[in-house]
Design a protein around this ligand. Structure first.
Ligand SMILES: O=C(CO)COP(=O)(O)O
Length: 226
């Protein structure tokens, strides 16, 4: 089954209103393949989600960077999957290593979050566990040593891990899910290294941090070898 290339820009905890508008303008003007070929998702901090959604071209989509593990309620500082649905936010990043390392999110907790978000109709860019509906999940492999360091995995290193992940899906879920699930790479991706990575058979896209905030770099990694 053909897997549509997926490119996510994770803006993390960065940006002012003016900076966000500038990046969105760049994205809106970028000449990239149609959404039949590449799915583009940008993930601003919560406070800019509605602004970005209102300004962003309609063939690109927005993702939240986290959501609460269950239905909303008395959980100060959290955002629920129901709220994302209410705002028309189709995607959420769950289980990023920065949250695991800095906020002690465990595999169990991340797995519960993915399961709950997907059950509410929000698609997840996720690190795995407890997923029953794989149709709405994109898996992100991000070696911790490559995040924000400028040290990118070699294409062969990325391919090896992506291939293992697909094998895991094949052995633990089923062959259709293994063939159709997009496995994307993150960690110091930029315009200069994206084509070689994208050429690997099991690299189905990227989750880009730093370079997704650089106006000069933004369009380049959306135009991979597809
Ligand atoms: O963590 C990342 C994307 O979620 C990767 O960050 P960098 O692209 O800045 O290394």
């Amino acid at each position: 089954m053909a897997r549509k290339f997926f490119v996510g820009g994770n803006w993390k905890c960065n940006g002012t209103t003016e900076e966000v508008k500038k990046i969105v303008t760049t994205l809106n003007e970028a000449e990239v393949p149609s959404e039949d070929v590449v799915e583009v998702v940008v993930s601003p901090p919560f406070v800019f989600l509605t602004l970005v959604k209102s300004l962003l071209r309609s063939d690109f989509h927005v993702a939240a960077q986290n959501c609460w593990v269950r239905k909303g309620g008395a959980f100060t500082g959290e955002i629920s999957a129901e709220m994302l649905v209410n705002l028309g936010i189709p995607w959420v990043i769950i289980g990023h290593s920065e949250r695991r390392a800095l906020l002690n999110e465990s595999n169990e907790f991340v797995g519960d979050k993915v399961a709950y978000a997907v059950s509410q109709g929000v698609k997840a860019i996720a690190c795995i566990e407890k997923v029953t509906n794989w149709e709405n999940v994109v898996l992100a492999y991000e070696p911790v040593w490559a995040i924000g360091t400028g040290k990118v995995a070699t294409p062969a290193q990325a391919q090896e891990v992506h291939c293992e992940l697909r094998k895991w899906l094949n052995d633990n879920v089923n062959s259709e899910v293994a063939a159709s699930t997009r496995i994307i790479y993150g960690g110091s991706v930029n315009g200069a290294n994206c084509n070689e990575l994208a050429a690997q058979p099991d690299v189905d896209g990227f989750l880009v941090g730093g370079a997704s905030l650089k106006v000069s770099d933004v369009p380049s990694f959306i135009v991979p070898l597809v």
